[in-house]
Design a protein around this ligand. Structure first.
Ligand code: ADP
Length: 482
C-alpha cells in the first residue's frame, strides 16, 4: 500500500483531497508515497497559524530557540544515513551525496543554534546631546519559503534554520518532485520542540500553493530558490503586493571553470569532472563552461574524456554509482534538447549524451562533453541543469577572464592554475559571488555566505552569519535620557 504524507499546519497533520505520487527517478516502478497537494485554503490556514505564533516566538528566549535547533541537528545527524537514502531515492543523487547533504543539513541547524545566542546590535553616540542610539535586529514575521528539487534537504535547512533562529515563523512549500526530505526535516524540527504554528508545511504545485503564499498579505517575506523565470515573477509579485514583501532569490548559474596552461592537469580534470557532472550536473553551481587555454586544451580534453568514460552511471542507491539519473522526464527532455541545440549550433559532441538503460527503468543519461564551443552559443549562455558541459578554447588568461565574465549569470566561478599572479587577479576580477581556485565551482561550506551576482541572485546572501541580513530587520531607536 502506498504511504500517504499530509501537510503540517498549526501543529497538526492535515490531509488533502488530492495527492501527487513521488516517483524514484532511478526506478520508475518505485512509488515512494502519495504526498498532499495543498490548496489556497491550506495556505490560508498555515499563514494564519504562523501569524498567531509569531508574537510569542519572536520574543522567545534565545536559549529556547537554540535548544530546538540543536535537538533537531542531533536527530538529523543521528539519522543521516536514513535521511540520505530518502533524499537519494526521490532526487536521484548518489547515496554518498545524499548522506553528505543530510549531514550538511544537520551542520546548518547546529550553526544556527549558535547564532540564536550571537544576535547583537550596536550602541552609537548621537550627534544630539543627551540622546542615545541603539541599533537592533528584529524578526520579520511570517516567511514564505519556496524551494527547488535539486537540494531537497539542504536548501530547506539553510532557509529554515536562520528564519527560526532569529524568531520568524514559516510556511514552506518544497518542490513537487522531492517533498519527502522536506517533510522529514519539518517533522524533526517540530518534534524538537517548536511551538504550534511556528513551522508549517504545505506541499503542492508552485502555481497553486506557491502562488497562494505569494498572494497572501500576511506573508512578510519570501525566500525562493529555483529558476530565473519563476524568480522574476516572484520578485515582481513581492514588490507589487500590498504591503510589499522582502524578497531573496537564488537562481541559476552558467559557471565558468578556467583552465590555464600552467594548471596541474590532474587537479583541473578533477575539478571539471566533479563540477560539471557530479550530482548529475543538477547544481546551480555546476561548471558548465570549461574555458581552456590553447597549450593545455587537447591534453585536458583527452584526460577529462578518459575519466568520463570510466564514470558509473546507475541507480542512485546502488553502491559504486558515481552519477545517478536525471530527476524526471521533463528535465531529461531539456538536457536532450540542449544536446541537439549544441550540435545544431556547430559545437562538437565530443563524448557522451546517450540515453542509457539500466536494470530498472529510470532517467539515465551519459554525461556529455562538447568541444569547439563559442561563448555565444545557447549551450554556453543558458543554464541546462544537467550533465552537459562545453569546452571553450581561448588564447590566454586575459581572454579566459573576459569569456568567464561574459554571461548573464554570476554565481560561482573557478580557475585552475599554479600561478599566484593569475589566481589573485582572477579572484579579484571574476564577476561572481563565489570564486574557487583549484577547486570545483560546486561544493561550498555551510558557515559562509552563499550567493551570486547578475541573474543568479537577488537580495541578501544566504547562509552563515550573513543570513541575518535577510531574516531580520533593523531598528534604530533614539532615546533622550534628559
Ligand atoms: P525548477 O526548475 O528548479 O523546478 P522552478 O522555478 O520551476 O525551478 O521551481 C522552483 C520552486 O518554485 C518550486 O517549488 C516550484 O513549485 C515553485 N514555483 C513554480 N512556479 C511558481 C509560481 N508561479 N509561484 C510560486 N512558486 C512557483
Amino acid at each position: 500500500m502506498t504511504v500517504q504524507f499530509s501537510n503540517f499546519i498549526a501543529g497538526e497533520s492535515v490531509s488533502a483531497s488530492q495527492a501527487t505520487a513521488n516517483i524514484n527517478p532511478s526506478n520508475t516502478h518505485d512509488v515512494i508515497g502519495e504526498f498532499a497537494s495543498g490548496t489556497k485554503t491550506d495556505v490560508d490556514a498555515a499563514v494564519a497559524a504562523a501569524k498567531a505564533a509569531f508574537p510569542a516566538w519572536s520574543r522567545s528566549n534565545p536559549q529556547m530557540r537554540h535548544d530546538v535547533l540543536k535537538k533537531a541537528s542531533d536527530e538529523v545527524m543521528a539519522r543521516k544515513e536514513e535521511l540520505g537514502r530518502i533524499l537519494s531515492r526521490e532526487e536521484g543523487k548518489t547515496l554518498a551525496e545524499g548522506i553528505g547533504e543530510a549531514t550538511r543539513a544537520g551542520q546548518i541547524l547546529a550553526f544556527f543554534a549558535g547564532e540564536t545566542l550571537r544576535l547583537n546590535g550596536e550602541v552609537v553616540n548621537s550627534i544630539r546631546p543627551g540622546v542615545g542610539i541603539e541599533v537592533t535586529r528584529e524578526a520579520l514575521g511570517v516567511i514564505g519559503m519556496i524551494t527547488p528539487w535539486n537540494f531537497p534537504i539542504a536548501i530547506p535547512a539553510w532557509k529554515l534554520a536562520p528564519a527560526l533562529a532569529y524568531g520568524n515563523t514559516v510556511v514552506i512549500k518544497p518542490a513537487e518532485l522531492v517533498p519527502h526530505s522536506a517533510f522529514m526535516l519539518v517533522d524533526i524540527l517540530n518534534r524538537a520542540g517548536l511551538p504550534k504554528g511556528v513551522l508549517n508545511l504545505v506541499m503542492g504545485k508552485g502555481s497553486v500553493v506557491g502562488q497562494a503564499i505569494l498572494d497572501h498579505k500576511d506573508v512578510t517575506a519570501i525566500s525562493f530558490t529555483g529558476s530565473v523565470g519563476t524568480g522574476r515573477r516572484i520578485a515582481a509579485a513581492c514588490v507589487t503586493s500590498s504591503p510589499m514583501k522582502k524578497v531573496q532569490l537564488e537562481m541559476g548559474g552558467k559557471n565558468p571553470l578556467v583552465v590555464l596552461d600552467d594548471a596541474d592537469l590532474d587537479v583541473a580534470v578533477d575539478c571539471a569532472l566533479n563540477g560539471a557532472f557530479f550530482s548529475t550536473g543538477q547544481r546551480c553551481t555546476a561548471s558548465s563552461r570549461l574555458i581552456v587555454t590553447e597549450g593545455i586544451h587537447d591534453k585536458f580534453v583527452a584526460a577529462l574524456t578518459a575519466r568520463m568514460q570510466g564514470l558509473v552511471v546507475d541507480d542512485a542507491l546502488k553502491s559504486g554509482t558515481q552519477i545517478g539519473p536525471v530527476v524526471d522526464p521533463g528535465q531529461l527532455k531539456v538536457d536532450e534538447d540542449y544536446i541537439a541545440i549544441g550540435r545544431a549550433e556547430g559545437a562538437k559532441l565530443h563524448w557522451g549524451g546517450e540515453r542509457l538503460n539500466r536494470e530498472n527503468p529510470g532517467y539515465y543519461l551519459q554525461p556529455a562533453l562538447f568541444t569547439e564551443c563559442t561563448n555565444q552559443m545557447r549551450i554556453s549562455r543558458e543554464e541546462i541543469f544537467g550533465p552537459v558541459a562545453g569546452v571553450i578554447r581561448v588564447k590566454n588568461y586575459d581572454e579566459a577572464l573576459a569569456v568567464a565574465n561574459d554571461t548573464d549569470f554570476g554565481l560561482s566561478s573557478g580557475i585552475c592554475t599554479t600561478s599566484l599572479k593569475h589566481a589573485t587577479h582572477y579572484r579579484r576580477n571574476s564577476e561572481a559571488g563565489m570564486v574557487m581556485v583549484n577547486l570545483p565551482t560546486a561544493g561550498v561550506d555551510y558557515h559562509v555566505p552563499f550567493g551570486g551576482r547578475k541573474g543568479s541572485s537577488y537580495g541578501p546572501r544566504e547562509q552563515g552569519a550573513y543570513a541575518r541580513e535577510f531574516f531580520t530587520t533593523v531598528k534604530t531607536a533614539y532615546t533622550f535620557a534628559g
